[in-house]
Design a protein around this ligand. Structure first.
Ligand SMILES: Cc1cc2nc3c(=O)[nH]c(=O)nc-3n(C[C@H](O)[C@H](O)[C@H](O)COP(=O)(O)O)c2cc1C
Length: 206
């Protein structure tokens, strides 16, 4: 059972990380949705995460990322932390958040979290979520998977982490790439307990 660690009066705070797996768009769409739902976001992007953001979405660095997120037009606020800043508030368990989502999550970051290697702000924040028993969701992306990847996922799943592969379904009849991305974003919000209508849910037809 996850702890509800924020009082009703506090603004809803969530940590989001974008790492160097393919699918930066998953992180960007997730952040836009969370801002729309009024969450304050503490964002950390790994150096490889920025490389892939540039390669896949032509977004270069934090300023362009904020522009792409159309900050500050949405109700929530976003604070971008430096990847190496382990003195940041989110590196401490005493700073209260509702949890963390890593989207997309590389196999490298998955491995570091599974091994407790809290050497940057992403892996430290994830380690904090684990020790404080807060929600942690990893939107992992790699294919095919080797036994090392699978063992890390199994270990973390047994610790209560949600392993949410960026693996869209087709029963909602996607027509565009946006439909595929919205499916994963919606399922990620579902796993965090946030009601949303980002994708068409399965319904029996007969
Ligand atoms: C264009 C591009 C796509 C990549 N896609 C993936 C991927 O889908 N999954 C993955 O685990 N690593 C992928 N990588 C490799 C990671 O970026 C690399 O392992 C990196 O060290 C991960 O670091 P991070 O976890 O700190 O972001 C990709 C790299 C590039 C340049």
């Amino acid at each position: 059972m996850k702890k509800n660690i924020q009082s009703a009066k506090e603004k809803k705070k969530i940590i989001v990380a974008i790492t160097g797996a393919s699918g930066s768009i998953y992180g960007v769409k997730l952040i836009q949705a969370l801002l729309m739902f009024g969450y304050d976001i503490h964002l950390v992007v790994s150096p490889a995460g920025y490389q892939v953001l540039d390669y896949e979405m032509q977004i270069k660095g934090p300023t362009e990322l904020k522009e792409a997120l159309r900050f500050p037009k949405l109700p929530g606020e976003i604070l971008i932390h430096e990847h190496h800043d382990i003195a940041s508030a989110i590196a401490s368990g005493s700073f209260r958040t509702q949890g963390m989502i890593v989207s997309p999550c590389s196999m490298g970051t998955l491995a570091a979290i599974s091994q407790g290697l809290a050497q940057n702000l992403i892996t430290r924040s994830a380690d904090v979520c684990l020790k404080e028993r807060r929600t942690l969701i990893l939107v992992v992306r790699e294919t095919p998977l080797n036994a090392i990847h699978l063992e890390h996922m199994l270990k973390l799943s047994r610790l209560g982490v949600t392993i949410l592969p960026a693996m869209p379904a087709f029963y909602h009849h996607p027509q565009t790439i946006d439909d595929l991305v919205d499916f994963i974003t919606g399922r990620t919000l579902d796993a965090f307990g946030i009601e949303n209508q980002l994708y068409r849910r399965y319904q029996q037809t007969d």
